[in-house]
Design a protein around this ligand. Structure first.
Ligand code: 7RM
Length: 655
């Protein structure tokens, strides 16, 4: 992709308006009302957010200062206010809805359990007290490495309750990745489980946790282990504590620790283009506010909704739209532990029917995978409870959008295509479903108070329709990341240096059409998007090079019909290149190796061996060339500078 002039080829002109039935009941019913809101924000950006913060958050003591930009690009919001996020998600609902279901949980084997707000509050309090009893205090970091079970949310909420900072590590990550994140965060505590149930198997979380702790993690004093599978696990006396023992005898009341608005609520590690994953640091009040406003604006949440976001709590989507946003607005949220294809590809739809899901939010990659299994499967289920659908994680191709609309939404449900990032904390560009006409493949328009734009290399607005450029956010917003944990300079460099501190650089390219609608075109950096998950090419390359047989590696993405992007690796071995460039046993071994180093999602689909990697004279790997090879495209680059033209054949797998 050329950076100056990213011209788009995607043309999609279908448009879909919400039904009268949807609009009548919606919180925001027309463009007039939505535009009025946006105008308020444009006229008084800070006042707009301050009003919402006063309305939507229960403060222990109110704020005076709205936005503090003195240390830009470090911004603080509502900094002199005091609150507790867990209080806002639980306690404040107890008068009106203590008996309302907060969480409906279903395991892969079909086990179902529910927790009311009163019950969830009690469990969070007991676990909060258990954390304290194990030496955790305000500001301490606790890493959470758990299956997708209510206890994961309980652990997060309990940390928030006592002012501790959690860092959830996705249960699909390997021991090595877990160790890196624990060490970077300097965590005092690891909260895990003996295992989880997924894909008909036990996910060996405790085994991986032990490996991580045995190899390093000197700051970890204790590990609290929830018994989920009850299979045998190894045990380290003095360090490991069963969850049930930790909460035994603990009081079911636990005073929330009032914290300042800027107290870090959590760290969440995400991939960047270079180096190790970044610990994205989020605040308390600002983060909470935007999860609430987007639950209302984008998900149009009502009291009787059954809300299901399929994301794991290991990703930001599972933070904002499972663990925090839905609870902060007092909604009922569904959690599912297992795989979408167990016992068959109808599992999501079976859950929707069984629990009467009204709002369903998932990733395009899941939609494409289920679409491939045919229309007959969803047609077996009663999907009439659904009223709103959503997508997140990557651009949705119009074909998948149409299938989602016709087969799942039965042409009745608006689709909210939500653009946002780990860094943004909450939706930024997304339709407000009762008001905005949608177009398949477009995330439509920025939300009120979000000043998004598309600019050229110099930071000037691109006014010509459909011309691509850099996606930027021009004004600070409450749920923005605050810094990168332990590497503030990287925060400044990554997000603010490109446009001299003026704009937040999202790292995506985008275009706007003649109606001002945003179309996300992809990343501008070397970040892969595999099944909606961000992975740095560098991370995979480092993992490969860490193998004793590998001298050099280059990793690129190539289009994959289901995953969006697949991983293609080019490898130079320390020893001889296998004949014909193929060595299935070695490829299998290296794939497993990467799986162990990072996690199964990072395994390359294909590995090709060459004597050298193609490099420019300055020694940079010619990634564009490798991308063309991986996608089977014709090579248009100038290859005259290559020392060894023969390696092109090797890279293409021809010799
Ligand atoms: C929420 C999440 C962020 C990156 C982002 C984009 C891509 C996310 C959309 C999208 C097109 C969307 N956080 N992305 N949502 N692209 N349309 N609706 O995914 O930090 O893991 O990834 O994902 O490239 O920068 S994330």
């Amino acid at each position: 992709m050329t950076r100056e002039n990213i011209d788009s080829i995607l043309q999609e002109d279908r448009q879909f308006s919400p039904t009268a039935e949807f609009t009548t009941a919606a919180r925001i019913k027309n463009m007039g009302d939505l535009e009025a809101l946006k105008r308020q924000a444009e006229q008084d950006h800070e006042g707009f957010w301050a009003n919402l913060a006063r309305q939507e958050i229960s403060w222990q003591s109110p704020f005076e200062t709205i936005l503090n930009s003195d240390n830009a690009p470090h911004f603080s919001w509502f900094e002199d206010g005091m609150l507790n996020v867990s209080y806002n998600c639980l306690d404040r609902h107890l008068d009106a809805k203590s008996g309302k279901t907060a969480i409906i949980f279903e395991g892969e084997k079909g086990d179902v359990c529910t927790l009311t707000y009163a019950e969830l509050h009690r469990e969070v309090c007991r676990f909060g007290n258990a954390l304290r009893a194990n030496g955790i205090e305000k500001g301490d970091r606790a890493v959470i490495y758990m299956p997708m079970i209510p206890e994961a949310v309980i652990a997060m909420q309990a940390c928030a309750r006592i002012g501790a900072i959690h860092s959830v590590v996705f249960g699909g990550f390997s021991a090595e990745s877990l160790k890196d994140r624990i060490e970077d965060a300097g965590a005092k505590l690891l909260i895990t489980a003996d295992g989880g149930f997924r894909g008909g198997k036990i996910v060996e979380l405790k085994q991986a946790a032990d490996k991580a702790l045995d190899r390093g993690c000197p700051t970890v004093e204790k590990s609290i282990v929830f018994k989920r599978t009850a299979h045998d696990v190894s045990w380290t006396e003095g360090r490991d504590v069963w969850w049930h023992d930790a909460i035994a005898g603990q009081s079911s009341s636990c005073d929330p620790v009032w914290v300042g608005s800027e107290q870090p609520l959590f760290l969440l590690y995400t991939s960047g283009s270079t180096g190790k994953p970044k610990g994205i640091q989020h605040s308390s009040a600002g983060y909470l506010l935007n999860t609430i406003t987007t639950m209302k604006w984008v998900f149009d949440i009502h009291d009787d909704d059954i809300f299901w976001c399929t994301a794991d709590v290991g990703w930001v989507t599972g933070h904002s739209y499972v663990a925090y946003g839905p609870l902060a607005v007092g909604a009922t949220v569904v959690m599912y532990e297992g795989a979408p294809t167990v016992p068959d590809a109808g599992r999501f739809w079976a859950l929707c029917e069984r629990h009467g899901v009204t709002i369903f939010y998932t990733a395009p990659t899941a939609i494409r995978a289920l679409m491939k299994c045919g229309e007959e499967i969803p047609s077996k289920y009663d999907l009439s409870s659904l009223r709103l659908l959503g997508t997140v994680g990557e651009p949705i191709n119009p074909e998948a959008w149409m299938w989602y609309h016709r087969i799942i939404g039965q042409e009745r449900c608006p689709i909210v295509d939500t653009w946002w990032q780990t860094e943004t904390g909450a939706h930024m560009i997304a339709p407000v479903p009762g008001a905005v006409v949608t177009k398949p493949g477009s995330c439509t328009l920025p939300l009120p108070g979000i000043d998004a734009g598309v600019v050229d290399e110099q930071g000037n607005d691109i006014t010509e329709p459909d011309k691509g450029g850099y996606l930027v956010i021009k004004k600070p917003w409450p749920s923005m990341l605050r810094t990168i944990w332990g590497d503030d300079q990287r925060y400044v460099d990554t997000y603010w240096s490109k446009f001299d501190g003026k704009y937040y650089l999202a790292g995506d390219s985008a275009r706007r059409d003649k109606d001002g609608y945003f179309w996300i075109m992809g990343r501008i950096d070397d970040v892969l998007n595999v099944s909606g998950h961000r992975l740095g090419t560098m991370e995979v390359e480092s993992a490969l090079v860490a193998n004793e047989k590998v001298a050099e590696a280059a990793v690129v993405g190539h289009p994959d019909p289901i995953k969006g992007e697949g991983i293609f690796a080019f490898v130079v071995l320390k020893g001889e290149r296998p004949t014909g460039g193929i060595d299935e046993a070695l490829t299998a071994a290296l794939r497993n190796w990467v799986g162990e180093q990072i996690g199964p999602i990072a395994k390359p689909d294909d590995i090709r061996y060459a004597d050298n990697l193609p490099k420019t004279r300055s020694g940079k790997i010619m990634r564009r060339l490798l991308r063309a090879i991986a996608s089977g495209e014709e090579i248009t680059q100038d290859t005259s500078t290559l020392e060894n033209e023969d390696i092109l054949k090797q890279l293409r797998g021809e010799t």
